[in-house]
Design a protein around this ligand. Structure first.
Ligand SMILES: Cc1cc2nc3c(=O)[nH]c(=O)nc-3n(C[C@H](O)[C@H](O)[C@H](O)COP(=O)(O)OP(=O)(O)OC[C@H]3O[C@@H](n4cnc5c(N)ncnc54)[C@H](O)[C@@H]3O)c2cc1C
Length: 308
């Protein structure tokens, strides 16, 4: 059964989908802009009831910060916005409706809108590479960061009690794929974390450690331009990180990362930050797209659907 979320009488409803940077900042702006406008209600739908400051996610993985430092409850941030925690299942642009499912029992609810903001972000793309979906750790959610932290600590413990050097090497080799912000910040934080932890393990030393960044382009951090990218490479290399440019991960097994240039890296940890695709909800929308992303005008408006 689909329940309809009742509208307050004579109110225009703005529905925002996504509680990340795009959605939350749109909501905060509208909340302020429409503070004196009683004829408008704003609703925001998101998976979680908190806003996650993703640029600091790696600091959770590296034990530099506590979770509460990068998480902000949506209802505390957005006092005048009605927050719906649930999954967006479908957007019906024709009938101006969004179908959401909520709670453990997946209650279906229909949310009518007058204006819609789509800010659902992206999901990880594994490009169907063999072994990746099963073996790789992603770096997008709080759960990912916590899982990575636990895995690093587990591997340090394993390595410390391991007498076979090859096995120890497997546990102490960490590979990060993707030289964008997420990959570079993650590899740097991981590297600091393990190097600072090593002195506490009596059977481990720095020579046993291998931390590697794989990037398909000619320089890391392409968003920042070549000279800053090169500078970042120098700093990372000085800290002991091995950087391999112009190559890609081809496949991965439990104990090996295979690269397109023929190199194989014995490792039990691959962190994948090398691919994203727009939210799958977008793909079914009857709108023009470019590389799966919605095409918008200078006002971030979908030309065929001006209220979106
Ligand atoms: C580790 C890391 C470090 C980064 N560092 C930087 C940096 O230093 N500088 C920089 O500029 N960028 C950085 N980025 C990139 C930045 O985080 C993203 O560009 C930004 O988060 C995109 O914002 P968004 O609102 O489009 O999407 P998101 O932040 O991904 O938000 C999407 C929201 O929609 C919700 N959602 C998605 N699908 C559904 C659904 N079906 N139902 C309900 N809710 C849904 C999600 O839960 C989420 O709340 C980093 C990213 C990572 C992962």
């Amino acid at each position: 059964m689909i329940a309809r979320v009742t509208r307050r009488p004579r109110k225009k409803r703005i529905v925002i989908l996504g509680g990340g940077f795009g959605g939350v900042y749109a909501a905060m702006y509208l909340e302020k802009l429409l503070a004196r406008e009683s004829a408008v209600e704003i609703c925001l739908v998101s998976h979680d009831n908190f806003f996650l400051f993703t640029p600091m996610l790696h600091e959770i993985a590296a034990s530099d910060l506590e979770i509460t430092n990068i998480v902000n409850p949506l209802r505390k941030l957005l006092r005048k916005v009605e927050v719906f925690v649930g999954d967006v299942n479908q957007i019906d642009l024709q009938n101006k409706q969004v179908l959401i499912s909520r709670g453990y029992r997946n209650h279906l609810q229909q949310l009518d809108y007058d204006h819609l903001v789509i800010a659902l972000g992206s999901i990880t793309n594994f490009y169907d590479l063999p072994g990746l979906a099963e073996q790789a750790i992603t770096m997008k959610s709080l759960r990912d960061a916590i899982q990575l932290r636990a895995q690093i600590i587990r591997h340090l413990e394993e390595a410390n009690s391991e007498s076979d050097p090859a096995e120890r090497r497997l546990s102490l080799t960490f590979v990060v794929a993707g030289g964008g912000f997420a990959g570079v910040e993650t590899v740097a934080a991981l590297n600091d974390f393990v190097r600072e932890a090593l002195p506490f393990y009596p059977n481990l030393c720095e020579d046993m450690l291998r931390v590697m960044l794989i990037h398909s382009g000619p320089t890391i951090l392409p968003e920042l331009g070549e000279s800053l990218g090169r500078y970042a490479e120098t700093v990372l290399a000085r800290r002991g990180i091995e950087i391999r440019l112009k190559t890609r991960v081809k496949s991965v097994t439990e104990s090996n990362v295979f690269l397109a240039d023929g190199v194989s890296v014995p490792s039990r940890t691959l962190i994948w930050t090398a691919g994203i695709v727009p939210s799958p909800i977008i793909s079914s929308l009857p709108c023009a797209k470019e590389r799966g992303r919605l095409l918008v005008n200078q006002f971030l408006q979908v030309p065929e659907w001006p209220n979106v």
